[in-house]
Write a protein that binds this ligand. Structure first.
Ligand SMILES: NC(=O)c1ccc[n+]([C@@H]2O[C@H](COP(=O)([O-])OP(=O)(O)OC[C@H]3O[C@@H](n4cnc5c(N)ncnc54)[C@H](OP(=O)(O)O)[C@@H]3O)[C@@H](O)[C@H]2O)c1
Length: 322
């Protein structure tokens, strides 16, 4: 009798849990922190370095942090876009930030030898760095068989090795200071197998390997490691995506009817995750959120459910944000 009751309670709990994944746009821990945890305002006065801040998720994370009075170092290649973001950061901060509180650094993150300079310029401006947010990256659209090896290599250089190198340089500074916070914008593709994006999916999985390892090495210290996993989000990323051919861009615009989160909401959730120093956070709308939990906890059930022509069509449709 006792075990029957335990079984019934566990089933009810699982049902409620999965129902809640249909009601939220982020994982349960982050949803809890958004309501009851530290707000991004707790980061006021801190210094955050963001790579890839000239558009999309990086841009909107900068705004979310600027509203809380966080000092910012923003990096990317497009100077005009970065200056636009800087102006808007000062505007939305509503007097909390001035011209000297937002530093713009024009750099191609693939120039690995510039990574030390990025950190040094930030230190020269602010005297400290509290969080390094590695966000710059590109996605992909191509079937596995059609991908040229050069594309895999280009993708890993940008999405993995540039991030790993930047993180190692930042860790030297954080280790010396005995505190700090490194974060990376991965993707739900770092958790699930996403069709039509093999190099991208592999690059994001690789980030989880590197960052999870780093986290275990830093347990018990004042150095935090955060992996951020957005799902489909309205940004420029489809235009900029790799295909299977070297040097080619996918060059397709998202449609307003696509099922995506706004970059503004994603940036805000990232700010909440940073404020609460989460280990890993997912920001993704349903039913992709439910799907991610299913894959995470019941991978065989997930694959069984998709094992049909309809299941295959469904997952490709989801990949195209329909
Ligand atoms: N949008 C989504 O649905 C989605 C979902 C999951 C994860 N993500 C991740 O979110 C991150 C940001 O992507 P996004 O969607 O916001 O796309 P985005 O709007 O295209 O932003 C990409 C940013 O990365 C910068 N960047 C790209 N290559 C660079 C390079 N070689 N050197 C320096 N900066 C570079 C771009 O700046 P410049 O062009 O000015 O250099 C831009 O600021 C990526 O890591 C992506 O994988 C996006």
């Amino acid at each position: 009798m006792f075990f029957e009751w335990v079984g019934i309670i566990v089933c009810i709990w699982i049902a409620i849990f999965f129902y809640m994944t249909l009601m939220n746009d982020c994982d349960m821990q982050l949803a809890f922190y958004e309501k009851f945890g530290k707000s991004p305002d707790s980061l006021k006065g801190k210094v955050v370095l963001i790579t890839g801040a000239s558009s999309g998720i990086g841009e909107h994370t900068a705004y979310a942090l600027a509203k809380s009075g966080v000092k910012l170092a923003l990096t990317a290649r497009r100077q005009n876009e970065l200056l636009r973001v800087k102006r808007k950061c000062i505007e939305v901060s509503d007097g909390l930030l001035t011209e000297s509180d937002v530093l713009v650094i024009i750099v191609d993150i693939l120039d690995f030898w510039e990574h030390d300079d990025i950190l040094q310029l930030t230190l020269d401006q602010f005297g400290r760095i509290d969080i390094v947010l590695n966000n710059a990256g590109r996605s992909q659209r191509a079937l596995f068989e059609d991908i040229d090896l050069e594309v895999d290599q280009e993708m890993f250089n940008l999405n993995v090795f540039a991030v790993v190198h930047m993180t190692r340089r930042a860790m030297e500074y954080f280790n010396e200071r005995k505190c700090g916070h490194v974060a990376v914008v991965s993707s739900i593709a770092g958790i699930l197998g996403i069709p039509n994006s093999a190099s991208y999916t592999a690059s994001k999985h690789a980030l989880h390997g590197y960052y999870n390892c780093l986290r275990t090495e830093k347990i018990g210290t004042n150095i935090n490691v955060t992996i951020l996993c957005p799902g489909p989000t309205f940004t420029n990323f489809l235009q900029e995506s790799f295909t299977g051919e070297p040097k080619e861009k996918y060059n397709i615009c998202q449609k307003p009817t696509d099922k995506c989160m706004t970059a503004e909401r994603c940036g805000y959730l990232i700010a909440v995750a940073l404020a609460n120093e989460t280990a890993e956070s997912w920001m993704v709308i349903p039913p992709m959120l439910t799907m991610t939990y299913l894959w995470f906890y019941f991978p065989s059930l997930f694959l069984w459910a998709l094992n049909s022509k309809a299941g295959r069509d469904w997952i490709f449709k989801k990949r195209d944000h329909k």
